[in-house]
Design a protein around this ligand. Structure first.
Ligand code: SER
Length: 871
C-alpha cells in the first residue's frame, strides 16, 4: 500500500465502525494557554473529555498534524539523528466520547492492524498499565483480559506510569493506556533476542506504533486525579511509523512519505542518500523540518523572535545549518522543497497547496537572513579560537543563542580545530536561560472551584449586552506575581477575545448585596467563556447582573465590520492572493495583516479607502447567519481563514452578497453606515510577504481628522496664512539652512581669531604646553573644533576649555597623544575630577573628553583645579 492508501484505509475502517471523519485541527493552538502547538490528536477534543462542551458525534476519527517540539512532549533533538522521531507527524486517531470503551478500542485496533493492514502477528507486542501504588491506581486487568483473547499472553507486557499512563500535559485529561509495538528486525535478530525484551527500550527497530488511551481522569493543578464525568477512548497511531511497518522499511525516511523529499535533496546536492551517515542525517533533518515549518506557516504561525514563532524559527535554522554545513548549500535552498511537499499533501491537507507561494516566500526570506548570521557566527567562532585553547560553555551558548548555532555544530567546528567544548558550562547556561524564560512566562493557574453544579456556559452577547445570571465556577491565577481571578457565568453577554476582536469589559453586580466588580477582560479557553476580575466579591452565589461596556463594544463592532470591508477591498484592489494573516480589532483601532509581496502605493491605498468608504455610505445591512453547516458555507463562497479551527456549524457575516462574506464569530454593526468613516493611518511590513494596515473608524476617525485640521490651522497661522502653504514652508526651510551655514562660517572665523590669543596665554612647564581658560563660543561643536585645531597646532598640549552654553557649564579637555603616553595623563579621568566643581559628570577618551554640569559658578574653580594636574 502507498502511504495515501494506508491513510485512507484507516479513515474508511473507522467510518465503517460508525465514526464521523473530521478534519485535522491547525497545528498552531490558539485558545489554550497550556499549549503552543497541537501535540496529540486529542487536543481539539479536550473540552469534550472534560465535559465542558456538547458532544455532537460520540465517535470520531481523523488524521491530525502534530508537532512535538516544546513542552511536555518534545522530540526535537532526536529528529534526523534517529529514524523514527519527527517534528511534524500525522497522528491517526479514533475517539469515543462516553460511547464505546476498552473492548471495542482494542478489538478494532487488532482487526485493522492484522486484518486490513495484514501486519505480521509474530512481530506485534502490546503493553498494559501495571498500576501505581502512589496514585492508588489499579493494574489494568480489563485490558489484559481483552488482549488475552487476541494475542498470546507472553506478548502482553506490563508498563509503568511513565509509559502506560498517558497525560496531555501537567494538568488535564489522562488515563491508563495500552500500546501496540512492532518488531521490525530481521528473522535472524528476532531469533537471537526476543522482541519482548526490547519493547520501550529505545531500540530503533522495535517501536511503538499505536497508543490506546482510556481517558478516565482529570489531573488537577495540585497533582490529584479526579474522575471525568464519563469514560472515553483516545487513540493515536504514528502514521509514518505505521507506513514503515506496512512497507517493511527499516527507517521512516525510507517510506514514500519522505522519499520524494529526500530524493529531491539528494538530486540538488549531488550527494546520494545512503552514502554517508553525516549527509544522510542532514537529508533527514531537512526532509523532516520542512514539514513542520511549512505547516506551521500555512496554519498562521510566522517565524519570529518569541514563543511559538521562535520555535518555528529555530527549527528552520536547524535545517539551514545542516544544509549549509553538511550538504554544501551556501545559498537558500530549503524553500524549494515546499512545492514537493505541497504536492504530497494535495487533497490531504490542502492548506499548503493553497498558500504555496506565500509559504515558500516566507521560508526564503528566513533562509536569506539566517545565512547571513550563520556566516557571521562562523567568523565569530574563528576569531574566538584565535586566542582560546578550548571552547568555553558560555561562548558555546552565545553561538547557540545569538547566532542560532545548535550545539552539535559548535562541537563539530571545535573538533575540526582539535578543541574541546565545555559541555557542562553550556548546559548550565542553557538551563539558566530556560529558567529565565519559564519565570518570565509562567502563569500559575489554580484549579476551578465550582459554585454551582452547572457545567456549561453560554454566550448570549450577539443579542444582549446584559443578563441576569449566576456564577458557575472561579479560580485564582497569578501571572508575574500579580494575583487575579477568573470566573465563569452560566450565561454571558461578554464577548470573549477571538477572531482578532478584543474581549468585552464591563461589570458584574451581585444583586444579593449590590456589590459591583469590574470585568477587565474576557477570554475563551477551550469551550469556556472566562471573565477576568482583580478581586473576588464577598459572596459568589445568587443572581448576578452582567453588563457590557456598550460604548467600547460599539467601537469594536465598527472596527470589526470595517475590517471585513477592508479585507474585501484589498482582494479587489490587490488580487486574490491576499489572505488574512492576523488581525486586531479593538475599540480604538483595527490592525490587519495580510499576505502581499510589495509595499502598497499611495494610489492603491487611496483606492482601498475609497471602496471601504463607499460601502459605508451605501449603508449595507448586516446579514448574519448562525449555525450554517460548514460545507454549505464553503460552497456559498465565504472567505475562510487558514489556521482557524471551524466547527461543523459556522456563522457567516455578509455585507452585500457579492462583496464581503466571511466566516466570523465576532460582533458587528447592524448596517455599514454605523462605521461612519474609515481612514488608513499606516501601511508597513511585518514579515516577509506580510503587510500590515492600521486604520481607524467612526468617532475616533473624526477626532483624528479634527486634530489634523487643528494642527494644520496652527501651522498656517504661524506662517501668516499663506496662499500656498507648502511653498512658503519650503522657502522657510531653505532660508533657515542658508542662515545656519552663514552662522557656522562666522563661528569658524571667530575661533580662528582666538587662536593667536590662546596660544599667547599658554604656559610651558616641564615640556608641557598648558592652557586652562574660559571660552565664549555658541555651541559644543565649535568648542570641539577649536580644541582639535589647537591640538594640530601645538605639540605636548594639555588644554582645558571652560564654557557656558545656554546657561549651562561645560568642560572640554584635550591632551596630546604623546603626553597621554609619557605622563600618564588621561582626559577622561581629569574631566570627571574637574566636573565635580560644576556639579556634573562626563567622560571620553584618554586624549579628548567632555563634561556638562549644573553650577556655572564652578567654572573658575575647575580652571584652578586643572593646574593641580600640571604638578
Ligand atoms: N493521546 C495519546 C497520544 O498522544 C493517544 O492519542 O499518544
Amino acid at each position: 500500500m502507498t502511504s495515501r492508501e494506508i491513510r485512507q484505509a484507516y479513515l474508511d475502517f473507522f467510518k465503517s465502525k460508525g465514526h464521523q471523519i473530521v478534519p485535522s485541527a491547525p497545528v498552531v493552538v490558539k485558545n489554550d494557554p497550556t499549549l503552543m502547538f497541537t501535540n496529540a490528536g486529542m487536543n481539539q477534543f479536550k473540552e469534550l473529555f472534560l465535559g465542558e462542551a456538547n458532544i455532537k458525534y460520540p465517535r470520531v476519527a481523523d488524521t491530525q498534524r502534530c508537532l512535538r517540539v516544546s513542552g511536555k512532549h518534545n522530540d526535537l533533538e532526536e529528529v534526523g539523528i534517529d529514524t523514527y522521531h519527527h517534528t511534524l507527524f500525522e497522528m491517526l486517531g479514533n475517539w469515543s466520547f462516553g460511547d464505546y470503551f476498552k473492548k471495542e478500542a482494542i478489538e478494532w485496533a487488532w482487526e485493522l492492524l492484522t486484518g486490513v493492514y495484514q501486519l505480521d502477528k509474530s512481530r506485534l507486542y502490546v503493553t498494559i498499565f501495571e498500576g501505581d501504588a502512589t496514585e492508588s491506581l489499579q493494574r489494568d486487568l480489563e485490558a489484559f483480559d481483552l488482549w488475552k483473547g487476541l494475542i498470546s499472553e507472553d506478548r502482553i507486557l506490563l508498563g509503568n506510569k511513565k509509559d502506560n499512563f498517558w497525560e496531555m500535559g501537567d494538568t488535564g485529561p489522562c488515563g491508563p493506556c495500552s500500546e501496540i509495538h512492532y518488531d521490525m528486525r530481521s528473522d535472524e535478530e528476532r531469533n537471537a533476542v526476543s522482541g519482548a525484551t526490547l519493547v520501550n527500550a529505545d531500540d530503533p527497530q522495535v517501536i511503538e506504533v499505536w497508543n490506546l488511551v482510556f481517558m478516565q481522569f482529570n489531573r488537577l493543578k495540585d497533582g490529584s486525579l479526579v474522575a471525568l464525568p464519563a469514560k472515553h477512548v483516545d487513540t493515536g497511531m504514528g502514521f509514518e511509523r505505521l507506513v514503515r511497518a506496512i512497507q517493511g522499511k527499516s527507517s521512516n525516511y525510507d517510506t514514500d512519505v519522505f522519499q520524494p523529499l529526500i530524493q529531491f535533496i539528494a538530486n540538488k546536492s549531488g550527494i546520494p542518500y545512503g552514502q554517508d551517515e553525516k549527509t544522510d542525517i542532514a537529508m533527514r533533518v531537512l526532509s523532516d523540518h520542512i514539514r513542520a515549518v511549512s505547516f506551521a506557516i500555512a496554519d498562521g504561525q510566522l517565524p519570529s523572535n518569541n514563543k511559538a514563532g521562535y520555535v518555528i524559527r529555530r527549527i528552520l535554522r536547524r535545517a539551514v545549518r545542516y544544509a549549509y554545513t553538511f550538504l554544501n548549500f551556501k545559498t537558500p535552498f530549503i524553500h524549494e522543497l515546499v512545492p514537493v511537499l505541497s504536492a504530497q499533501f494535495h487533497h490531504v491537507f490542502d492548506e499548503l497547496k493553497q498558500q504555496e507561494d506565500f509559504v515558500e516566500k516566507v521560508i526564503l526570506e528566513e533562509e536569506v537572513s539566517f545565512l547571513r548570521t550563520l556566516t557571521a557566527g562562523i567568523q565569530r567562532f574563528e576569531n574566538y579560537i584565535g586566542d582560546h585553547q578550548s571552547i568555553d560553555g558560555n561562548f558555546a551558548f552565545e553561538l547557540f543563542d545569538t547566532f542560532g548555532f545548535p550545539i552539535d555544530l559548535t562541537e563539530l567546528l571545535a573538533r575540526e580545530n582539535n578543541l574541546q567544548v565545555d559541555m557542562e558550562g553550556f548546559e548550565r547556561a542553557l538551563l539558566a536561560q530556560k529558567e529565565r524564560s519559564r519565570a518570565a512566562t509562567s502563569i500559575d493557574t489554580g484549579d476551578w472551584i465550582p459554585v454551582n453544579d452547572q457545567q456549561e456556559s453560554q454566550f448570549i452577547g450577539y443579542d444582549h449586552l446584559s443578563a441576569h445570571t449566576e456564577v458557575v465556577k472561579y479560580r485564582k491565577v497569578s501571572a508575574k506575581g500579580k494575583e487575579q481571578f477568573q470566573l465563569v457565568l452560566a450565561e454571558t453577554p461578554f464577548y470573549a477575545e477571538g477572531g482578532g476582536q478584543v474581549g468585552d469589559t464591563g461589570y458584574l453586580r451581585f444583586l444579593d448585596n449590590n456589590e459591583k466588580i469590574d470585568v477587565l477582560d474576557s477570554k475563551k479557553e477551550n469551550g469556556l467563556f472566562i471573565h477576568f476580575i482583580d478581586k473576588l466579591p464577598s459572596t459568589l452565589t445568587g443572581t448576578v447582573e452582567a453588563v457590557v461596556d456598550e460604548s467600547k463594544r460599539k467601537d469594536s463592532e465598527s472596527n470589526h465590520s470595517a475590517t471585513h470591508l477592508l479585507h474585501a477591498a484589498l482582494k479587489e484592489v490587490l488580487g486574490d492572493h491576499v489572505n488574512q494573516k492576523g488581525s486586531l480589532v479593538s475599540p480604538d483601532l483595527l490592525r490587519f495583516d495580510f499576505s502581499h509581496f510589495s509595499k502598497l502605493t499611495y494610489e492603491e491605498i487611496k483606492q482601498i479607502e475609497d471602496i471601504v468608504n463607499r460601502k459605508i455610505r451605501e449603508n449595507i445591512a448586516l446579514k448574519e447567519e448562525r449555525q450554517v453547516p460548514y460545507q454549505q458555507a464553503l460552497a456559498s463562497g465565504v472567505t475562510a481563514l487558514f489556521g482557524e479551527k471551524y466547527g461543523d456549524f459556522v456563522r457567516i457575516i455578509t455585507f452585500e452578497d457579492a462583496f464581503s462574506k466571511e466566516l466570523c464569530g465576532g460582533t458587528h454593526v447592524k448596517a455599514t453606515g454605523e462605521i461612519g468613516f474609515f481612514k488608513i493611518m499606516s501601511e508597513s511590513a511585518v514579515a516577509a510577504g506580510v503587510r500590515r494596515i492600521e486604520a481607524i473608524t467612526g468617532s475616533k476617525a473624526s477626532q483624528v481628522i479634527r486634530e489634523y485640521f487643528e494642527l494644520m490651522g496652527n501651522l498656517k497661522e504661524l506662517l501668516n496664512n499663506p496662499k500656498d502653504f507648502v511653498s512658503s514652508l519650503s522657502k522657510l526651510i531653505d532660508e533657515n539652512s542658508a542662515l545656519k551655514k552663514e552662522i557656522e562660517n562666522q563661528i569658524r572665523e571667530r575661533s580662528k581669531g582666538m587662536l593667536a590669543d590662546l596660544q599667547a596665554k599658554m604656559i610651558h612647564v616641564n615640556g608641557i604646553n598648558f592652557l586652562a581658560t574660559k571660552i565664549d563660543l555658541p555651541n559644543l561643536d565649535a568648542i570641539k573644533a577649536l580644541a582639535y585645531t589647537l591640538k594640530g597646532a601645538v605639540d605636548n598640549l594639555f588644554l582645558v576649555l571652560a564654557s557656558e552654553i545656554d546657561g549651562k557649564p561645560n568642560l572640554t579637555v584635550m591632551i596630546s597623544e604623546e603626553l597621554v603616553k609619557t605622563h600618564q595623563l588621561n582626559a577622561g579621568t581629569i574631566v570627571r575630577e574637574l566636573a565635580k566643581e560644576i556639579q556634573g559628570g562626563g567622560g571620553g577618551q584618554p586624549f579628548f573628553a567632555t563634561a556638562g554640569g549644573k553650577d556655572v559658578t564652578g567654572l573658575d574653580r575647575a580652571i584652578e583645579k586643572a593646574k593641580d594636574f600640571l604638578k
